[in-house]
Structures are given as structure tokens and as C-alpha cells.
Design a protein around this ligand. Sequence first.
Ligand SMILES: Nc1ncnc2c1ncn2[C@@H]1O[C@H](COP(=O)(O)OP(=O)(O)OP(=O)(O)O)[C@@H](O)[C@H]1O
Ligand SMILES: O=C(O)[C@H](O)[C@@H](O)[C@H](O)[C@H](O)CO
Length: 170
Amino acid sequence: MTQPPLHLVFMGVSGSGKSTIALAVQERLGWEMAEGDDFHPPENVAKMREGIPLTDADRWGWLGSLADWTAERDARGESTIITCSALRTAYRDVLRRGGEGTFFVHCTGDKHLILDRMNAREHFMPPSLLESQLDTLEPLQPGEEGMDVDPALPVDRIAALVLARLGLDG
Ligand SMILES: Nc1ncnc2c1ncn2[C@@H]1O[C@H](COP(=O)(O)OP(=O)(O)OP(=O)(O)O)[C@@H](O)[C@H]1O
Ligand SMILES: O=C(O)[C@H](O)[C@@H](O)[C@H](O)[C@H](O)CO
């Protein structure tokens, strides 16, 4: 019997390892992947670059476009992977419109580790925005399909934990 499509969303604050971990999982599964950063309108990127936190109003259209991308593939029976901060439950509600098989992998760990990694990389997102990201973050609530992973672990280990949880490691 064909399995219904699964849609993995790697979520968490900026610098928490979403893209790095998602890529490791993508390499193992081969599913089509979308990087949430690439779906932002230029105004959003300009704001972040200037160190101004995005508002709900800035985020709705962006989240909707990611849900649409997922829904298109869901309709074709294809599984997907996306990276998206998805900081609030209401934002995740939008992403869940992409398909019934939506599953969140929340990259969550030590703030100082994340800040050190943000300071060490080249990215439009300034480390000064980490605090507002953490203030906005609502962790996964009971009833939301998903799991937490700790970016302090090696990437391969995290990818293995995700695949094991989903029963895709066989
Ligand atoms: N498990 C890990 N072990 C070591 N380094 C990691 C790990 N996960 C991520 N990193 C490093 O931490 C930095 C931030 O990771 P990454 O860019 O994947 O985060 P992100 O959540 O996608 O960020 P953003 O949302 O701002 O794009 C990168 O330099 C990455 O190489
Ligand atoms: O405010 C947000 O919701 C997040 O910052 C995302 O919009 C960014 O895409 C990303 O996490 C930064 O690289």
C-alpha cells in the first residue's frame, strides 16, 4: 500500500541548526526540500538585515507560500522537507495546511551555543535578533505532531534520531 506523504518542517529560532540538520536528513531521504529563507519577500530580508524583528503581519504571506508549496506536492503524493522558524503555534497552523502528514522537528538548545554559532557564520540574520526570536518562540504543544532535537549533538546523530522516530531508518 502507498504511504501517505510526510512533510517534515525543521523549525526553531535563527541559528538553531534547521538548515544544517534538514540537509542531512534530505541526503538520506532524497525528498524535495525548500529553504524557508528563500521564500521571504525582499522587504522581510531587508528588515532582518537591519536588525528589525519581523511582525506577524510580515510573516503570514511568507508562511502561506510555504504551505502552498507543500500542498502542491502533497496533492501529487510527494513527501517534502522545509526549513522555517515556525516560532508560534498559529504559524504552525498555517504550515499544517500543507498536508495532513506535517511533522515538526524543533531544533532547540542552549542559547549561548546558538549565539556563538550565529557569530561565527556569514548570514543576513544578525545575532542581535536572537533575543526577539526566543521571546516569540512557543515550543511544540501537546497535540502538535513533532519532536525536539538538540543542536549540540553531531548532525549525523540528530539525523539518525529523526529517521528512527519516523520509522524511516530501516
Ligand atoms: N549539530 C550541529 N553541530 C555543529 N554545528 C552546527 C550544528 N547545527 C548547526 N551548526 C552550525 O550552526 C550554524 C547555524 O546553523 P544553520 O544555519 O543550519 O541554522 P538555521 O536555524 O538554519 O539558521 P537561520 O534560520 O538563521 O537560517 C551554522 O554555521 C551550522 O554549520
Ligand atoms: O523571524 C523569523 O520568523 C525568522 O527569522 C525567519 O523569518 C528567518 O527566515 C530565519 O530564521 C532567519 O534566517
